[in-house]
Design a binder for this molecule. Sequence first.
Ligand code: NAD
Ligand code: ZN
Length: 384
Amino acid sequence: MDTTSFNFPTDTRVGSGVISQLNETRLSLGIHRPLVVTDSGLLETDAFKRLAAALLPGEPERDWFLHSDVQPNPTEANTRGAAELALANGCDGVIGLGGGSALDAAKVCRILIKQPQLKLADYDWEADWSGLLPFIAIPTTAGTGSEVGRSGVVTPDGGESKGMYFHPELLAKCVFLDPELTTGLPPGLTAATGLDALTHCIESYTSPVFQPLCDGIALEGIALIVRALPAAITDGSDLEARGRMLVAAAMGGVAFQKDLGATHSLAHPLSAICGVHHGTANAICLPPVMRFNAQKKPGVYRRIGLACGLDVVSCSDADADEQTIHFIDDFIRRCGMPPSLEEVGVEDQHIEALANQAWLDPCHQTNPVPVTREDLKELFLKAL
Ligand SMILES: NC(=O)c1ccc[n+]([C@@H]2O[C@H](COP(=O)([O-])OP(=O)(O)OC[C@H]3O[C@@H](n4cnc5c(N)ncnc54)[C@H](O)[C@@H]3O)[C@@H](O)[C@H]2O)c1
Ligand SMILES: [Zn+2]
């Protein structure tokens, strides 16, 4: 047996109103002057108001600082702005509030707080990652799983593609999964982010890497999502469904410590080149990738079908895959996702550049079957 290591360490607080524990928690982590990193779209939401209330129980003066200049698919400039504010105010910890964009910017800005003279491109596995400020993650979407992940996705200065900064030191010290913070998320974003979580679970489960702990977590994540996501889309104030989605998204984030697959290699350039939301890109590309994989590795989706509640125990491999892919395809449509890349502004003229970037993206290296650049191009054309 090859040697490997398993690690599931994040302290995670779950439940309606759990955000009220934030002040006590940050003080126990030695955070007296936190920098809050969020995106400007959140400032008017209930989620932000609840965070502000939780940080100030009876304090005479505000002791925290706010950086809200984070764009969807964040950039190095967004993280540098956060780092400069933290340094100017002597911040001793970072709190990320938001979807994957704000959480990734919050996570990664700690690198530039520690070494402001560096560019993100200078950072790699060999760099000194010790001594980053403590980080608390509070997701307001149920999708990316960034709150429990060791990576942050940020486009570096001058880069055309997204950079992935990866190290266990980037992990949050504590995560708050409070469904009351996600009730304001509109149905379209609820669907798109929830389908990102579904894609994490499906791609991590089918990655050929040996990681049975993640496999179990991924299958249970799928079972939760196929039941809770439609309810969360239909009634945004359903705290039970919202809570289950937050937990499932975090499970997807833990599961993909194992790895992802070709769908994510297609989704990353779709965001970088065409500005498509990450979850939407995954939702459109997942069914064609599943069909491609099932053709080359029959039976690969049987246990995912079982997790979806399908009776595929005793049918043939081909039939189990067929039923599972049909269910997932139909589920994505029922969530209201656009049926094609064309609908989200992708054109024929983008395909070559998309295929080049997708080929350079590492996620497809753990796809259940090998893919070539030509395969990736074909998959884009199928999804178009
Ligand atoms: N680090 C990781 O492991 C990881 C994994 C997957 C994706 N990502 C990255 O995450 C980003 C996508 O994150 P996302 O899908 O969560 O979207 P997002 O963070 O870009 O947010 C999308 C929009 O939703 C709004 N929003 C968020 N929460 C809200 C709420 N409760 N109420 C109302 N509006 C709300 C935001 O203001 C924003 O306009 C991409 O950059 C992607 O590359 C990271
Ligand atoms: Zn994703």
